[in-house]
Design a protein around this ligand. Sequence first.
Ligand code: PRX
Length: 661
Amino acid sequence: MTATTPQHPTAPEEARRTAQAPQAPQAPQAPQAPEGTEMIHPGPQVLDKAWVADWKEQEERAGADLEGYWARRAAELEWSEPWTAVLEDSEAPFYRWFVGGRTNIVTNAVDRHLTNAHRNKLALIWVGEDVEQVRTFSYFDLGIEVERMANVLKAMGVGKGDVVTIYLPRIPEVFFAMLACAKLGAVHSVVFAGYSSEALGARIDDSESKVVITADGSWVNGKVFPLKRIVDEAVRFSPTVQNVIVVRNTGSEVVMDPIRDHWYHELCKLPIAKGRCETVQVDAEDPLFILYTSGSTGRPKAILHSHGGYMVGTYVTLHDCFDIHDEDRWWCTSDPGWITGHSYLVYGPLLNGATVFMYEGNPTFPYPDRWWNLIERYGITSFYTAPTAIRTLMRFGEAWVRRHDLSSLRLLGSVGEPLNPEAWRWFHHVVGADRCPIIDTWWQTETGMFQITTVPSMPQKPGAAGRPVFGQEAAVVDEEGREVPDGVEGHLVLKRPWPAMMRTLYRDPQRYVDTYWSRYPGMYLTGDSAKRDADGWFWIIGRTDDVIKVSGHRLGTAEIESALVSHPAVAEAAAIGLPHEVKGHAVHVAVILATGVEPSRQLEAELRQHVAATLSPIAKPESFDFPESLPKTRSGKILRRVLRARALGQDEGDLSTLDGD
Ligand code: PRX
């Protein structure tokens, strides 16, 4: 079931020293502008494999008959009961898809491959941070692993509708755990294994999870990150958690509670883990998972996705936009803790019967050619990553890429934030040798699947995301909801429902309506600003709300602020995002100190550490300001635009609403 390959040779010591000294930062990112009339057309090797040859025809057809389009696509998958209605909108915005249909995402992601030629195909190739560690699983093996994990969960009393929290690093068990929950009709809540115990604890409590699945630790740049210890702290006061399953990964020492905690490898030896475990057939609208993400206000939102629509949406979009074929090796570098990991590392590829590649480590450790090395060694054909990673690797120079043969690559992809034209060109030219289209996919945790992107047969525009996916209609509107002319920036909205749309916010349906559907009735508010150009390509500019995208990670300003004010030196804090040449945006904070506390470099370091420990290292502030007071409206709302202008040394604009002015 598992195999080990020899370690791939690493870069020589001399090159390693070069790696420590990245090139000088590039000039700050130029803002996206829709002047871009430059179109790059796909070559014959791309067109030969394109599932969608005539995209204009597909776009028109799906646009003219939304339900017919999705019914046709859903019929490519297996259902134990057919649906009676494709789309039910009588209670919009609580849309329902494939109403009356019964299936299970696992029926289509795993089970159906066991009866055809995919049975012996590799489902997963996993490589550890120590690249000597390799584990591979055929679809048959995956079926067994999922069944085993499902049996264990079932024995712990997990059944339909129960929430299981998964706090695992990028190791195969994260696949087994997610799929095992789905198989039983349980609901998984994956928490990124870089969140602090406080953040994890809040998510466990909010979802009332009975079981937590974790590992002893994870490898981060050669060091162990103590996952189990974080779980111990998180569940200390949790009234709901009865069992913690611990996967042995790093071999580090952990404290095990004799009643609550169980080693996974020991559970697997017990009779409870053995035998068949049927995939429970569920209603298309039954919940599949919740995933917490940051919003404008303090509390993270639990986005709820369901089995049927999410399954159809992720299957179709990956199939069409990345032309998945049997000979492909698909690598999505996202962590399973984010929506990209859910939709396009785990579910979408398996629904397509693809071979998935997963790497445990980071791209620059121990050398900045680790990814290029793996692409060469494992013959990756389709490589989907984030702009921040591309910009990071770009700074190390192209020599690191050039030392590897990347000729297996056919398609590249990007997600998480705008891919600026300079990074686009580097990725296209240096990594893709000018022959691989870059599929820039705009979407969100809430949308579940791509919304604005291209299929490979479409021309590419460096810096633009592309066009709405088939069946979708997007628009750029002003404050009143009127469409603005092409080339003018405005609020990005989506005008039609889509199968993988979130169904609600878990236990907070009113917030779902208020946040996404109230501002412009009948239109989904994305929270992003964008421009459309005369050709109909959308250029995403960035968030318009209090969400900051730092290295593609989504953070709420309120979460960072509440982490800061929990430090005794801080009386009040305001966080904003400032442009950053590699991260896209970086966190800048204005902090009002408690009486008698003086600003210092040491205090900044302490506050950074405090945010890392109470929220996550990804939320660490990059820069600090210690003003006497914060600019606020009369009603007490922090004027972030003024803070931004101050931090950037720009004109502060109209201050007439400022408190006391
Ligand atoms: O601002 C947009 C940005 O990421 C936000 C969604 O973040 P999250 O829910 O974490 O999901 C990220 C992965 C799907 C969006 O509102 N974003 C995502 N993809 C792109 C993007 N911005 C520009 N271009 C993209 N391709």
